[in-house]
Ligand binder design. Structure first.
Ligand code: ZN
Length: 340
């Protein structure tokens, strides 16, 4: 299997994010890319750098105003006297139906759900290459590879069509799913990240051609709080095509695998032409977020059960933060998936 990523994905270097009103070191660090790439190579993957894939596949998911904001906001922010070195929002509209603001300060509040997705020097280059890694890997699968691994960093599943949040800017998983739809009538997304894939859910919420399934820590007292409940089934033509499988905080392998079996049964019933796995590794028992207690062996079993679907499969990296076992957890998952 090929692992796709570009070294410029390391240029984005977010320093801090707000937790309970306190600025803390941001765990979404560039070193994640090296750690995961080395682990993928150890597991037998072959590295391929993505090509430049233009804006068209990104614009299939994200609004033009949002893409322009991401590209230019940092440079505009630097012209504000005394501004911080990174774009961080401090004012938000009470509803999204307001008119579109002209000021970069107001646009930051409009396009950023929280203070965990700062834009600094080099951020846009990393965001763009991360999305192009997803596009590139999706094309490999469309061209007949049984599986490919898009090592996306920064991650994407908390990004909405026009809003960043939770370390995410462009929704790499959604961009990849849109591309796969050019070759298949139906695509399923399985999100195994510790956190609910709220951006991905929102993008496909009213559609029946993309099934979105997410297994995650119960959002009642956990990010992203406002989304991720079992009562969210989809809407309009998408009614019945979103499945949320929340888990009590601290759940381990058995509980996670039981939800996974429910997820896989729904995916089989949907009979998609291809699968996108939003591959977060932060459900790990030793992850700094500490929300769930999946073990290194557990990730292997998750991979094995996903492989049993025998679908063309695209892995898109989401969360999973620096700890001694981060690389091992990816290796265990890839071994379980068992694709050469
Ligand atoms: Zn996460």
């Amino acid at each position: 299997m090929k692992v796709v990523c570009h070294p410029d994905q390391k240029r984005h270097y977010p320093l801090q994010f707000l937790v309970n009103g306190v600025f803390r070191p941001n765990p979404e660090q560039p070193e994640r890319l090296d750690c995961l790439l080395q682990a993928a190579l150890r597991a037998g993957c072959r590295h391929e750098a993505p090509l430049i894939h233009g804006m068209e596949p990104l614009a299939a998911v994200h609004s033009g105003a949002y893409l322009e904001f991401l590209e230019r906001a940092w440079e505009r922010w630097q012209r504000i006297e005394g501004a911080a070195p990174a774009v961080i929002p401090n004012v938000h509209p009470d509803q999204r139906q307001v008119g579109y603001p002209a000021s970069v300060v107001a646009q930051a509040g409009y396009h950023m759900a929280d203070a965990a997705a700062p834009l600094a020097d080099g951020s846009w280059a990393s965001i763009l290459w991360s999305a192009w890694s997803a596009v590139h890997a999706a094309r490999l699968v469309i061209d007949g590879e049984p599986a490919a691994y898009a090592l996306c960093r920064p991650p994407g599943h908390h990004a909405f069509a026009d809003m960043a949040g939770g370390f995410c800017y462009l929704n790499n998983t959604a961009i990849a799913a849109e591309l796969l739809l050019r070759a298949h009538d139906r695509v399923a997304i399985l999100d195994v990240d510790l956190h609910h894939g709220n951006g991905t859910q929102s993008i496909f919420y009213q559609r029946a051609d993309v099934l979105t399934v997410s297994i995650h820590a119960d959002p009642e007292r956990f990010y992203p709080f406002f989304w991720g409940y079992a009562s969210e089934y989809g809407a309009g033509p998408g009614d019945g095509y979103n499945l949320n499988l929340p888990l009590a905080r601290g759940s381990g392998d058995d509980a996670f695998l039981a939800q996974l079996d429910t997820a896989l049964a729904r995916i089989r019933q949907f009979a998609p032409g291809a699968l996108v796995v939003a591959l977060g590794l932060d459900a790990f028992e030793g992850d700094p977020f500490g929300g769930l207690r999946v073990s290194t062996r557990g990730f292997g079993e998750i991979g094995r059960r996903i492989a049993a679907l025998t679908l063309p499969t695209l892995l898109v990296q989401e969360g999973g933060y620096l700890c001694d076992e981060l690389g091992e957890n990816l290796g265990s998952f890839l071994d379980g998936l068992g694709v050469d």
